[in-house]
Design a protein. Structure first.
Length: 247
């Protein structure tokens, strides 16, 4: 029997790209990122039969007036309560940068609600237990602008647009504060398989930080590296969509 939208009620800020039943994949954006930034990725996954859901954090897009949450765990709770995910069967999760941490916390909470998570794709994200020992990310306007420019992934011309910055900076600041508050012990694991992905030239999240995801799963672990930096996904979108859709 085919799965249709009548079986799951979605909030307006979840964007769905329909695919085959039993392939539900939730996409968690990077810190400061909007769901729209993953539209091409969602379309690529759907073209391969993957039932794809792009999630939107507060303080951006359709959720511009929604209050920021304090922690990564709170973001996960927000995403978990946005739909009847159990109706879609075992889930796959894909998160880029901080989005992978949100996905990890989503998986931890999901099991308590009887929702099965089969896989977590952790893209350009340091392992959960490494965050607390890292240098905090900036939260001042000047610090945020410098960091955003340093990471790439945002059109440099837009960083000179005051109207664009008025929308971008509150979202990035909210997510960075949640990231800075995040802690996770080395003994915390999920049952889902974890697949770590990253850019070879990513100076924010190097190979060692990515590989430490292995200690956070009781399932299988894989590591795949691509040419590129923190936003390597922009240049390897089709290849990554192929990887995700093949599992």
């Amino acid at each position: 029997m085919s799965l249709d939208l009548d079986r799951i009620e979605l909030t307006p800020w979840i964007k769905r790209f329909p695919g085959r039943p039993g392939t539900a994949t939730l996409v968690f954006p990077h810190a400061g990122g909007a769901a729209a930034a993953y539209r091409r990725f969602g379309m690529a996954l759907a073209a391969r039969g993957v039932d794809t859901f792009l999630l939107q954090y507060p303080q951006r897009g359709e959720r511009l007036t929604h209050p920021a949450v304090a922690t990564v765990g709170d973001l996960a709770t927000d995403m978990l309560g946005a739909a009847d995910w159990a109706a879609l069967g075992p889930l796959r999760l894909f998160g880029h940068c901080m989005g992978a941490l949100v996905g990890f916390e989503f998986a931890r909470q999901a099991v308590r609600r009887g929702i099965m998570v089969r896989e977590l794709w952790a893209s350009a994200s340091q392992a959960p237990s490494t965050v607390a020992g890292s240098r905090p990310v900036p939260t001042t306007d000047a610090g945020l602008l410098t960091d955003i420019a340093d990471l790439g992934g945002t059109d440099a011309a837009l960083l000179d647009d005051d109207d664009f910055l008025a929308l971008l900076l509150p979202a990035v600041r909210a997510d960075y504060r949640a990231f800075n508050a995040y802690t996770c012990g080395r003994d915390v694991r999920i049952t889902a398989d974890v697949h770590a992905l990253g850019g070879r030239d990513d100076h924010r999240v190097d190979q060692e930080l990515l590989r430490q995801w292995v200690i956070h799963t009781d399932g299988a672990f894989t590591f795949t590296e691509f040419a590129g930096g923190h936003f390597y996904l922009d240049d390897h979108l089709i290849t990554v969509a192929d990887l995700v859709s093949c599992t």
